[in-house]
Design a protein around this ligand. Structure first.
Ligand code: PLP
Length: 400
């Protein structure tokens, strides 16, 4: 394989070797169905329970508060639908304008079905304002869903305080912790958070396994009904090997978090400082807010994020932009729009997200390859500094 410098760990992570090893017997020797009456299936249930304990230890909660799901998206949907069923008379939902589509598009869909949704904006530092939440939450609010850490900027939100505010008005509080779990300490004990989503593939477990935390005492209505798996809270035969893998990934994350964060943050900071010092007209989005140690979102004025990604990709460098390409027009990221990042910057945004598998050599390779790419793109950009815009807003150049 050609050189791969993988700086897109908020999209997905490499499955850790230890995780893969731990999973293997559950494809071959231990393939029984945990619901079976016989010893062969029954023995598997014990392994699932061990995995549940490891995930609970990572989250700082009780094992019985953990439900295994298929992914972060399922956990988000299950949580929000459950809250709405708990309060059928309440028709208001609060979320943030910067959620992942797993929550945002669900809320947009619910709006079409008669719910009123408040989308809390963030400030220029990518941070939510709890005063806005206080003003929006009422006794008609069924659910408040605010992410723990933003996938594009890495900005960490004060969700424990947000949960208190939601609870004070009787709403159920859910947080999408897909980017936070395994990267920062969550410690759910004594928190007011009712429900929380995790996705295995963001913390070195495989794709296709997730967790929904449901606080003891919180009413829960299952999203999938059928068999009595997961104590009747999530029907469907358990994805045993992946549950075992997630258990191992959680154990490793808990054991190594401090050490790994220090290392990953040092790489991220080296990358960030290196870019700032070698490229003009850049801004780090969310830099004044508390951020995940692995993420930097950086905007390069007058260039197109997608073009940067393509040129980086030619050099074997994998990064991401927050923007979504819909029907031929490139919309800037909804997260950067909520932050009111100027258009000339918002279009040129790139997210680098690192992991413990990255090295200083890789950072230095990106620092060598990136500046000439930006320089070249600015040379050919019709919108670069000093060039006339012919009456067009920088944003208009995309709409056909
Ligand atoms: N929520 C956030 C914040 C995410 O970053 C992602 C994935 O990128 C998801 C939810 C969806 O998780 P999954 O891919 O497991 O459905």
């Amino acid at each position: 394989m050609n050189k791969v410098v993988y700086f897109d760990n908020n999209a997905t992570t490499r499955t850790a070797d230890e995780v893969f090893q731990e999973m293997k017997p559950f494809f071959s020797d231990l393939y029984g169905n945990p619901s079976s009456m016989h010893f062969f299936g029954g023995q598997v249930q014990g392994h699932i329970n061990n995995a549940r304990e490891k995930v609970a230890a990572l989250l700082g909660c009780l094992p019985e508060e953990i439900i295994f799901t298929s992914c972060g998206t399922e956990s988000d949907s299950a949580a929000i639908y459950s809250a709405l069923r708990t309060f059928p008379e309440k028709k208001h939902i609060i979320t943030s304008a910067v959620e992942h589509p797993a929550v945002l598009n669900l809320c947009k869909d619910l709006e079409k079905r008669g719910y009123r949704v408040t989308y809390l904006n963030v400030d220029e530092n990518g941070m939510i304002n709890l005063e806005d939440l206080k003003k929006s939450v009422t006794s008609d609010t069924a659910a408040v869903s605010i992410m723990w850490a933003n996938n594009e900027t890495g900005v960490i939100f004060p969700v424990k305080e947000a949960a208190k505010i939601a609870k004070s008005k009787g709403a159920i509080f859910h947080t999408d912790a897909v980017q936070a779990a395994g990267k920062i300490n969550l410690d759910l004990k004594n928190s007011d958070i009712d429900m929380l989503s995790v996705s295995g593939h963001k913390l070195h477990a495989p794709k296709g396994i997730g967790v929904l935390y449901v606080k003891k005492g919180t009413i829960f209505h299952p999203f999938l009904t059928g068999g009595h798996q997961e104590k009747g809270r999530r029907a469907g035969t358990e994805n045993v090997p992946y549950i075992i893998g997630l258990g191992k990934a959680a154990e490793l994350a808990l054991k190594n978090m401090d050490k790994e964060n220090e290392y990953v943050k040092s790489l991220r900071d080296r990358l960030e400082k290196g870019i700032i010092s070698s490229v003009k007209n850049v801004r780090v989005n969310g830099e004044k807010s508390p951020r995940l140690p692995n993420t930097v979102n950086i905007s390069f004025e007058y260039v197109e994020g997608e073009s940067i990604l393509l040129f980086l990709s030619e050099k074997g460098i994998c990064a991401s932009s927050g923007s979504a390409c819909t029907s031929g027009s490139l919309e800037p990221s909804h997260v950067l729009m909520s932050m009111k990042v100027p258009m000339t910057f918002a279009h040129g945004s790139v997210r680098f997200s690192l992991s413990v598998y990255n090295t200083q050599e890789e950072v230095d390779y990106v620092l060598k390859e990136l500046p000439p790419i930006i320089e070249r793109l600015r040379e050919i950009s019709p919108f670069a500094e000093g060039k006339p815009l012919f009456g067009m807003d920088a944003c208009d150049k995309h709409s056909h």
